[in-house]
Design a protein around this ligand. Structure first.
Ligand code: GRF
Length: 230
C-alpha cells in the first residue's frame, strides 16, 4: 500500500461489542474533519450493539460472523477478502474479540492496530483489570499497538495510564480507563491521518516531532488534595 500524503487515510474499524472506541474514533474524524475515511465498521457478530450506532451515524456497517464459518482459517479468509477489496491503509481493532491467524496478520503486516486494556507487555489476554488488581500494580492503563501474530503483542504506538485506587474493582477500573482509551486511540488516529506513524526496523515506533507518547490520568495524591480542597 503506497502512502500518498495527499490521500485520505482509509480505515476499517473491527468490533465485536458495544464499540465505544469505534464511536470515539468516528467522532474524532467527524468533529475534527480528519482526512480519514471509515470504509467499514465490521463486526464479528450480527448482534454487536456498535453496529446500530454505526448505521445511525451513516457509517458503512458490515457483519462477517465467525459463527458462519467452520474454522478460523475460513473466517480469516472471508475477512481478508472483504478488507482487501476496500484498499485500506489501516485496520483498527476496537474490542474485536476474535484472535486473528498468523497468515492474516502477515498479509496486513504493519497495517493492523489494536487497543488493549493494559500496559503491555503486562497482562495480555482477557480480564486485564482483574489481573492488574490481583497483582497489586499501582498503575494500570491501555496500549495502542501494531498487531503481530503473537496475541496482544507488537510495536507500541502509545500508552495511557491511570492510578489504581484502594477501592477499585475490575468494573470501576475499567470504567475509569475507558475515557483514556478513547482519548489515546483518537490521538493515534490523528497521527495516522498525518502519516506520521513510522514502524522502525527494530520493531519500535517513532512519530517524528512527538517524543512523548504517554498520557497519565490524575495521580491519587492529586485527586485527594483536590477533594480535600472542596
Ligand atoms: C476496550 O476495553 C478495549 O480496550 C478492549 O475491548 C474493550 C472494547 O470496548 N480491546 P468497546 O467495544 O470499544 O466499548
Amino acid at each position: 500500500m503506497a502512502h500518498s500524503p495527499s490521500r485520505c487515510v482509509r480505515v476499517a474499524i473491527l468490533i465485536s461489542g458495544r464499540g465505544s472506541n469505534m464511536q470515539a474514533l468516528a467522532r474524532t474524524v467527524r468533529t475534527e474533519s480528519l482526512p480519514v475515511q471509515i470504509c467499514s465498521v465490521l463486526a464479528s457478530r450480527a448482534d454487536a450493539p456498535g453496529l446500530d450506532w454505526a448505521r445511525a451515524h451513516g457509517l458503512p456497517a458490515d457483519v462477517i460472523s465467525h459463527r458462519d464459518f467452520g474454522d478460523r482459517a475460513a473466517f480469516d479468509g472471508a475477512l481478508q477478502r472483504h478488507l482487501d477489496a476496500l484498499d485500506l491503509d489501516y485496520i483498527l481493532l476496537a474490542g474485536f474479540m476474535r484472535v486473528l491467524g498468523a497468515d492474516f496478520v502477515r498479509h496486513f503486516a504493519g497495517r493492523i492496530i489494536n487497543i488493549h486494556p493494559s500496559l503491555l507487555p503486562a497482562f495480555p489476554g482477557l480480564h486485564t483489570h482483574a489481573q492488574a488488581l490481583a497483582q497489586g500494580v499501582q498503575w494500570h492503563g491501555c496500549t495502542v499497538h501494531f498487531v503481530t501474530p503473537v496475541l496482544d503483542h507488537g510495536p507500541i504506538i502509545a500508552q495511557g495510564a491511570i492510578p489504581v485506587l484502594a477501592d477499585d474493582t475490575p468494573e470501576r477500573l475499567a470504567a475509569r480507563l475507558l475515557p483514556v482509551e478513547h482519548r489515546l486511540y483518537s490521538q493515534v488516529l490523528r497521527w495516522l491521518a498525518q502519516h506520521r506513524v513510522v514502524l522502525l526496523d527494530d520493531g519500535r515506533v517513532r512519530i517524528p516531532g512527538e517524543p512523548h507518547r504517554a498520557w497519565a490520568g490524575a495521580a491519587p495524591f492529586e485527586s485527594r488534595e483536590f477533594h480535600e480542597q472542596k
